[in-house]
Design a binder for this molecule. Sequence first.
Ligand code: CTP
Length: 433
Amino acid sequence: RAYIRSASKMMRDRLSPGYLELVRELGKIADAMGLEAFLVGGFVRDLVMSHKNEDFDVVVEGDGIAFARRFAQVHGYRVHSHSEFGTAVIIMEDGFKIDVASARFEYYASPASLPVVETSSLKMDLYRRDFTVNTMAIQINEKSFGTLIDYFGAQRDIKAKAIRVLHNLSFVEDPTRVFRAIRFEQRYGFSIGKLTSNLIKNAVKMDFFRHLSGRRLFSELKLILEDENPIGAVDRMAGYNLLPFIHPDLDFGPEKQDLFESVKEVLTWHDLQFMDDSYMKWAVQFLALFHGFDQDQVDAALLRLEIAPKFHDLFYEHRQYGRQCLYRLEREDKMVNSELYRMLTLLPTEMLLFLLARAKSKKAKRRLTRFLTELKGVACLLSGKTLKQMGIKPGPIYKKVLDAVLDARLDGKVFTFEDEMALAVRLINDANA
Ligand code: CTP
C-alpha cells in the first residue's frame, strides 16, 4: 500500500514561482485530457531532501506523447517523441526540457494460473526503477495537486540514509545501476544497504559488466567524476573491485588518492578564480585516474570506454608533452614569461590543471598559476590587419613579427601601440636588409 501525504507546501516553499506555475499548467492539460499525471524520480527525491533539482520527469497514466503534444501546442513549444518507448521531450523556447513518459495499465498473469491481476500503471512504472529513493511521485492534477505517493518506502530510506534496490534482479536488468548506487551514496552521504551491497558484490563476481557497452560505462564514470565528491566514489569503486572493469591494472592506492585530493584543490581554486566551468572536469579526473599508466594501458582503457577520438589528443600527445613541460617547470632555473607562454600555450586547460595538481615544487606551481592567471589571455595590440595597412605583403613574416611583438609584450619590453609599431617596423626592416 502506498504512503500518501501532501507535498504541496513543500512545492510552494522549495520551487521557484515560475516552475510551480509550469507544473500547474502541466496539471491543467492532464485534467483537460482526463489523464492522471505525476512528477516522478530524481525531482521528487531532491524536493523531499531539499536539494536543488529542476529536471522535470512527468509520468502520465495513458498516452504521454499525446499529452506532451497537447501541452506543447497550447504553449507554442516543441516536442520530440519516441513512439516505440511512449516517451517525449517538451522543449521550451529557452531550451528548458521536460521529459514525459507513458505508464499503461498492465495485466499480467501470475504464476500457477491465478487470476489476471490489474495493477496501477504508475506503481508498475515506479517498481521498474533503480533505487527506492527514486520511486516517489507527486500528483499534479488540479484536484489532488501536490499529493506525494510513496509505494516502496522511499521516505523511510531517505530517513535511514540508505540506497536500496527494489528487487534482487535490479543489477541484472541494468548493471550501470551499480555505479549509480555509488554516485547517489556519495552525493547524499548515504550508505548502500546490506542486501544491495551484496548484490553489487555478486554483480562483480558474476561479471555483469562484460556486456556493458563502453559508451554506457563511460557516461556513468563521467557523471561520477563530475559530481561533488569523486574521491569517495572512486574509493568505493575500488572497494567493490570495479576499477578492473575499466582496466585490469587500475588501482586507487594512497599515491593516487593524494593526486585526486590535489586535483580537487586545483579545480576549486580554478573555478573560484575564473568563474568558468567550460572545461571538461571529468577529463582532468581521468588523467589522474590513469596516472602511472603507460601508453598501451591508456590505449586499452580508452578503447574499453569507447572514448571518442576527439578526446584522444589529451591522453596521447598532450599527456606526453605535458610530462616534458612539468619536468622543465620543476627544474629549469630561469624562464622568462615569453618562454613560459610558448611552452604552455600548446596545452589545453584540462592538462594545465592536471600539471598544476602534479607539480611538486613552489617554483613549478608558481609558473603554472602565472601562466593561467596572467599570461594566457595576453594579446598584442598590433594585428595582421595593422601589418596589411602598413603595406606589408602577407606571408610568413606576419607570424614572425606578431610572435615577436607578443613575446616583447609578455616580457614587459613594449607597452603602448606605438612601442609595438616601432618594434614591428624594426623587425621588418631587419628582415628586408
Ligand atoms: N533510472 C533507472 N535506472 C537507470 C537510470 C535511471 O531506474 N539505469 C530511473 C531512476 O529511477 C531515475 C530516473 O530513471 O530517478 C531518471 O534517471 P536520471 O535522470 O538519470 O536520474 P536522476 O535520478 O534524475 O539523477 P540525477 O540527479 O543524477 O540526474
